[in-house]
Ligand binder design. Structure first.
Ligand SMILES: *[C@@H]1O[C@H](CO)[C@@H](O)[C@H](O)[C@H]1NC(C)=O
Ligand SMILES: *[C@@H]1O[C@H](CO)[C@@H](O)[C@H](O)[C@H]1NC(C)=O
Ligand SMILES: *[C@@H]1O[C@H](CO)[C@@H](O)[C@H](O)[C@H]1NC(C)=O
Ligand SMILES: *[C@@H]1O[C@H](CO)[C@@H](O)[C@H](O)[C@H]1NC(C)=O
Length: 377
């Protein structure tokens, strides 16, 4: 049963988070505590990832928390509107959009959404946001228990964007996920912005698994924008992957050197999340200052263990999650594997993925190509 967050939550939350921060992140937070900010301020979490890395699943883990106002890929409409530009140029309007939405200002969307931003349904993925599918944003759900995103698609389409902005203000956490920021230094001004308490959750995945998964999707427009400044005549998977991998390495590099990011950056691998969902979700919730309830724990267990055949769902995370990440090992062409391993060598070294030296190694599933002892430190 979902309900809107209590107004007094902020005060309670402030002390809870200070304690959990102390217990779990003592070593990773620098002395200039980022939590000296006013206790009333919301927490702003940005999930940074790339295509087919499991960020939809990760987003849902936050979306299902009662205190979270979640927005799925706000940059989508912007890329669509400026489809002839390159990802580098589009970083700047996306940064501005993220800043606005983190502070519950929806006004830029009036310019970016196809119908002038009259209704939330112009946001392509609005039904992926529990907060947009439950009261007070959408009263159609007063009589329905919980959050049902398929029903929401039909019942909540006419909610106004202004209502969305008002509801957003009642939440203690605003969480967004984007795959459209390829350079973390673009976001540095947001860390100095007194209106924000920004944290970055960086989700990475084995580039070979990403490449394999991308083979079954149509990313024509995204690829064109991504490679615009590289000359977009040859949009081969290995070239797209090279750019994506470089971006993941660069994001991590900026996080390591930027003083304002100390204690505000956490990297997580898709494979670790799949193998040990609960343990890693606890870590991520701690990082975001969220409390894991028994209900959520049960939900996580359900979605990571059940086989769900509903293909209409865009979130196909409900299957035995520990088996999902390794499909590429049996089915991917070894030549492509080699190409990706070459173009993504730095990312693979940095994030703990071992190369397969032959097709025999690729297909030998007892040979673990994900370094289990990996840690970024
Ligand atoms: C916190 O927010 C509430 C409601 O928005 C407000 O009444 C209160 O004065 C704020 N407290 C502080 C310490 O800013
Ligand atoms: C939303 O608005 C459209 C037209 O304005 C209307 O046809 C439709 O029935 C409305 N849907 C809901 C669920 O209110
Ligand atoms: C988890 O699944 C069980 C069995 O299908 C169901 O009874 C329960 O309500 C589910 N819990 C949540 C929180 O999704
Ligand atoms: C598969 O890998 C394991 C672990 O490295 C190794 O012991 C085994 O001999 C390999 N099997 C084959 C068929 O190469």
């Amino acid at each position: 049963m979902m309900s809107s967050p209590p107004k007094y939550f902020f005060l309670f939350f402030g002390s809870l988070f200070s304690l959990s921060t102390f217990l779990h992140y003592k070593t990773s937070f620098s002395t200039h505590s980022p939590h000296s900010a006013p206790k009333n301020k919301s927490v702003h979490l940005l999930i940074l990832s790339s295509w087919r890395s499991g960020s939809s699943f990760l987003g849902q883990i936050f979306n299902h928390h009662n205190d979270v106002f979640y927005i799925f890929e706000p940059g989508h409409s912007l890329w669509f509107k400026f489809r002839n530009e390159g990802s580098e140029l589009l970083h700047f309007p996306i940064r501005d959009l993220l800043r606005s939405l983190f502070t519950c200002d929806v006004s830029p969307l009036h310019q970016y959404l196809p119908g002038g931003g009259k209704r939330v349904s112009e946001l392509l993925f609005y039904a992926e946001s529990r907060a947009l599918c439950t009261p007070p944003t959408c009263s159609a759900f007063k009589l329905i228990n919980g959050y049902d995103h398929l029903k929401c698609t039909h019942s909540c389409m006419n909610t106004s964007l202004d209502q969305m902005g008002e509801t957003c203000k009642t939440y203690s956490h605003v969480v967004m996920k984007t795959i459209r920021i390829l350079d973390l230094s673009i976001l540095l001004p947001l860390f100095r912005d007194p209106a924000l308490d920004l944290r970055i959750l960086h989700l990475v995945r084995d580039p070979r698994a990403i490449a394999f998964s991308r083979l079954f999707c149509d990313f024509q427009l995204d690829n064109k924008i991504l490679l615009k400044n590289e000359g977009n005549t040859n949009i081969a998977t290995s070239r797209v992957m090279q750019k994506i991998c470089k971006a993941q390495v660069d994001i991590n590099r900026v996080a390591k050197v930027a003083e304002v990011l100390q204690g505000r950056y956490m990297a997580i691998r898709h494979e670790d999340l799949s193998n040990e969902p609960l343990k890693n979700i606890k870590k991520m919730y701690n990082f975001a200052g969220l409390h894991l309830t028994k209900d959520l724990e049960q939900w996580v267990y359900n979605v990571t263990h059940k086989e769900v055949a509903d293909t209409k769902e865009i979130m196909t995370f409900s299957r035995d999650s520990s088996k999902v990440p390794y499909k590429w090992r049996n089915a991917m062409d070894f030549h492509l594997v080699e190409e990706i391993q070459q173009n993504c060598k730095e990312a693979m070294d940095l994030f703990g993925y071992k190369p397969a030296k032959s097709q025999i190694e690729q297909k030998n599933l007892t040979l673990d190509l994900v370094n289990k002892e990996w840690s970024l430190k």
